[in-house]
Design a binder for this molecule. Structure first.
Ligand SMILES: [Zn+2]
Length: 165
């Protein structure tokens, strides 16, 4: 299915208009992992929540979107989901940088650029990584005071979420 075809399908669905600010005033941070579908698996409907996705569901990576979500679109609760079997725990930033450099060893621009990227990996202790991300958000001066921040682990096999904090 091409992108143009997708656009045509969307335009022809004629769903009722949904307001821009999320009705649950909720922002969800979750991984880009293809096995996770936040809408069906977390029971979120169109218009209810912002879904911010990145490799590993890293709070620091999501910060830009979270600030916009809170300051311009009124969300007041954040739920962060790390998950079992996440690829982000299987490598480190130095390892990925080296792999990228090794793929094109003569390319100085690549070597220089990749040194500027922090891939924000974390070790396999998911409870700890969730706690770290919740703490990062609670202590970040750009996140509104009084924001409810919860941290969860999503089990990709059982499709169950367990609250950590
Ligand atoms: Zn993941």
């Amino acid at each position: 299915m091409t992108f143009c075809h997708l656009r045509l399908v969307q335009a022809s669905q004629k769903k009722p208009a949904v307001a821009l600010p999320p009705t649950k005033r909720l922002a969800i941070v979750t991984c880009m992992d293809a096995r996770i579908n936040p809408f069906t698996q977390l029971g979120i409907k169109d218009g209810e929540a912002h879904i911010i996705r990145n490799a590993g569901a890293v709070a620091k990576d999501a910060l830009r979107s979270l600030i916009i979500s809170q300051r311009l679109l009124g969300t007041r609760e954040i739920a962060i989901y790390h998950h079992t079997g996440c690829g982000i725990v299987t490598f480190t930033s130095p390892e990925l940088r080296q792999k990228i450099k090794d793929a094109d060893p003569e390319n100085e621009a690549t070597a220089e650029a990749v040194e500027q990227v922090d891939f924000l990996t974390y070790p396999p202790d998911l409870e700890q990584s969730v706690r770290n991300d919740v703490k990062f958000l609670q202590e970040n001066p750009l996140i509104l005071k009084g924001t409810k921040v919860t941290g969860w682990i999503w089990d990709v096999d059982s499709r169950q979420a367990t609250r950590v904090i």
